[in-house]
Design a protein around this ligand. Structure first.
Ligand code: GUN
Length: 286
């Protein structure tokens, strides 16, 4: 039976270090890092994420503000709002919670955010920097996964890494980070032929598909590390990941649970990005 990788514990440790760095920064500058979150409409899942981001800021002593806008907000109104927020010096980082209502163009919205305040690392300048390995911010979910592997002493070098899912937010940047850590990386998606054959090659298997119990025990090699990025609801409405946890844990050497795995790390890495943004803007980072 595999070890359960405790995202809450790793997150607590990481947040303690962030709070220490925040205190050192305050000592030097008399200022605290500030994060602004913009949410458009009333998607219940997005509201929960935003509330947790605000709570995370409070926990490490950051300033934060949430801007709630109605579902019928126009592109012009949203643009104006973002530009007015990012012009303020006390706001070091901003994010617009996704998904946006369908009449708004997500790509255009992301393009408006200045790259140095883009703590999601979704702006094309930041995604390009990740590609060439010269980055300030890493996208929060893949960065959280890398932090968990590092914390658990799992060396990626030379390992067969299989990422299932090719989204811009998770799958693609995840593949880049594993590649930079010297893994041999395969990215699978809905058109991949013989998916179980590919996933069974993985020493490190990352699933970011968004379907409950998608990764079954027969798709996993004995002794693999299994990272579950999924955040789904099962038939009874309970939160669950992509992985058939109860059966896969019997084969894996280590596995992340849902909840209590990658999800909490994502917010922790957002806090780390906000701190890095403040350090860079106040020119007192490492
Ligand atoms: N929606 C789901 N995940 C994310 C995220 O990491 N950032 C933003 N802005 N929206 C999201």
């Amino acid at each position: 039976m595999g070890k359960i990788i405790d995202g809450k514990l790793i997150s607590r440790d990481t947040r303690e270090k962030i709070a220490e760095r925040r205190a050192a920064l305050y000592e030097k500058t008399g200022k605290v890092p500030g994060l602004a979150v913009v949410i458009v409409g009333d998607d219940p899942a997005s509201k929960v994420y935003v509330r947790n981001k605000k709570k995370g800021c409070e926990e490490v002593g950051f300033y934060s503000e949430v801007h709630e806008m109605p579902a019928d907000t126009t592109m012009e109104e949203l643009t104006e709002k973002i530009l007015s927020i990012v012009s303020r010096d006390e706001i070091n980082g901003i994010l617009v919670q996704l998904p946006l209502p369908s009449h708004l163009d997500e790509r255009r919205v992301i393009d408006i955010i200045p790259p140095e305040k883009d703590v999601d690392a979704f702006h094309p300048v930041n995604t390009g920097k990740i590609m060439i390995g010269n980055y300030c911010f890493l996208p929060c979910t893949p960065a959280g996964v890398m932090k968990m592997l590092e914390y658990e002493g799992i060396d990626v070098t030379g390992k067969e890494c299989v990422v299932v899912g090719r989204s811009n937010i998770v799958g693609k940047p995840m593949a880049m980070l594993l590649l930079q850590a010297n893994g041999t990386v395969t990215v699978c998606h809905s058109r991949t032929r013989n998916l179980p054959e590919v996933t069974r090659r993985a020493d490190i298997l990352v699933s970011a598909v968004g379907r409950p119990k998608f990764i079954t025990a027969d798709m996993v090699k004995e002794g693999a590390v299994v990272i579950d990025v999924g955040m789904n609801r099962d038939e009874s409405g309970k939160l669950c990941g992509d992985v058939d946890f109860d059966n896969v844990i019997e084969k894996a050497s280590a596995i992340t649970p849902v909840p209590g795995g990658v999800g909490v790390m994502t917010i922790t890495m957002l806090l780390e990005n906000t701190l890095r943004a403040a350090e860079a803007q106040w020119k007192c980072g490492k």
